[in-house]
Design a protein around this ligand. Structure first.
Ligand code: COD
Ligand code: ZN
Length: 372
């Protein structure tokens, strides 16, 4: 029996309060309104940004259904929707692409800027109810639910043959790192790259550097346990700053004969952002900030580093325009242009979401994928 047009009762992980575990609840998911789409989720990754909401580092209204790295199948569509139809495999987009704003029209920019309504749909209301209370949406996605509703600008159709329990990573973590190498830095064949931070996003940067033909990829991390996987994915050398007496940018400059062509900060610390800029070669080195820094903190650097020809950049979602790029990335994955399996260390049933967050917090996982 079709569920289109009806309220669906299903399970979702609700965060009622900061610093508390998720509670698996029965929620009501209203039918999609005009230009909205209801999705049956199949898989969702757990990203550090979700945990940042739990800890209070990232603000979004509570109670909320988090999750922004998912993949699923369209259950029903609201009036006027043309981008997708019921049965399509889709990925929700935490950065939308409306196609109409100044940023979408810019050939290089990706931070689409329709009016932001934190915690709701574009029309300012929510589609989730639990125990009689409205529950907020998160990042236009809310993938920690068996069913979710998203705006048409925040969803894209992907290949019908794509394995959703893998390509869900193309909703956030993988493109964030991969695009930083291939799109933001534009790594060149034969170049030398330094990647600071070898978590899931740093490893995705390494995959991008390798795909772009870098000759040397130097991984930098204070946890030696991260080196084996980094090398498996393309790092040619790995170093631990704690093994050296001098600043790590000096070590990298010596290793590379004057400085690297491209560096990436994938930790989210101000000191490593400065080190990553300093280890670039004068006259042409490019440094990209990928890690999210602590809120409201400033960084002081010597402007001579820039005056002498280094470039300093940063981007969200690897600089990719979401609707244009996500289906292409899925196609590239299907054509074996890059792997995702090494990034997925754990697969758990959705109900075990709190275990998945424990794995993230203890540093035991790279990516945990929850399946519904
Ligand atoms: N020097 C060297 N390595 C260090 C240091 C240090 N001082 N401190 C920590 N590290 C290492 C850790 O040992 C760890 O291996 C790595 O840095 C960080 O890895 P993770 O696993 O904590 O983080 P990731 O790879 O999941 O990525 C997290 C980012 C740091 C990139 C984080 O800011 C993030 O998730 N960014 C996403 C960016 C984005 O676009 N967000 C928007 C939507 S989610
Ligand atoms: Zn994320």
């Amino acid at each position: 029996m079709s569920t289109a047009g009806k309220v669906i009762k299903c399970k979702a992980a609700v965060l009622w309060e900061q610093k508390k575990p998720f509670s698996i609840e029965e929620v009501e998911v209203a039918a999609p309104k005009a230009y909205e789409v209801r999705i049956k989720m199949v898989a969702t990754g757990i990203c550090r940004s979700d945990d940042h909401v739990v800890t209070g580092h990232l603000f979004t209204p509570l109670p909320v259904i988090l999750g922004h790295e998912g993949a699923g199948i369209v259950e029903s569509i609201g009036e006027g929707v043309t981008a997708v139809k019921p049965g399509d495999k889709v990925i929700p987009l935490f950065i939308p692409q409306c196609g109409k704003c100044t940023i979408c029209k810019h050939p290089e920019a990706n931070l689409c800027s329709p009016k932001v309504h934190p915690g709701t749909m574009q029309d300012g209301t929510t589609r989730f109810t639990c125990r009689g209370k409205p529950i907020h949406h998160f990042a236009s996605t809310s993938t920690f639910s068996e069913y979710t509703v998203v705006d048409e600008i925040s969803i894209v159709k992907i290949d019908a043959a794509a394995p959703l329990e893998k390509v869900c990573l193309i909703g956030c973590g993988f493109p964030t790192g991969y695009g930083s190498a291939v799109k933001v830095a534009k790594v060149t064949p034969g170049s030398t790259c330094a990647v600071f931070g070898l978590g899931g996003v740093g490893l995705s940067v390494i995959i991008g550097c390798k795909a772009a033909g870098a000759a040397r990829i130097i991984g930098v991390d204070i946890n030696k346990g991260k080196f084996a996987k980094a090398k498996e994915l393309g790092a040619t050398e790995c170093i631990n700053p704690e093994d050296f007496q001098k600043p790590i940018h000096e070590v990298l400059m010596e290793m590379s004969g004057g400085g690297v062509d491209f560096s990436f900060e994938v930790i989210g610390r101000l000191d490593t952002m400065a080190e990553a800029l300093s280890c670039c070669h004068e006259a042409y080195g490019v440094s990209v900030i990928v890690g999210v820094p602590p809120v409201s903190q400033n960084l002081s650097v010597d402007p001579m580093l820039l005056l002498t020809g280094r470039t300093w950049k940063g981007a969200l979602f690897g600089g990719f325009k979401s609707k244009d790029s996500v289906p292409k990335l899925v196609a590239d994955f299907m054509a074996n242009k890059f792997p995702l399996d090494p990034l997925i260390t754990h697969v758990l049933r959705f109900e075990k979401i709190n275990e998945g967050f424990d794995l993230l917090r203890s540093g035991k996982s790279i990516r945990t994928v929850l399946t519904f």
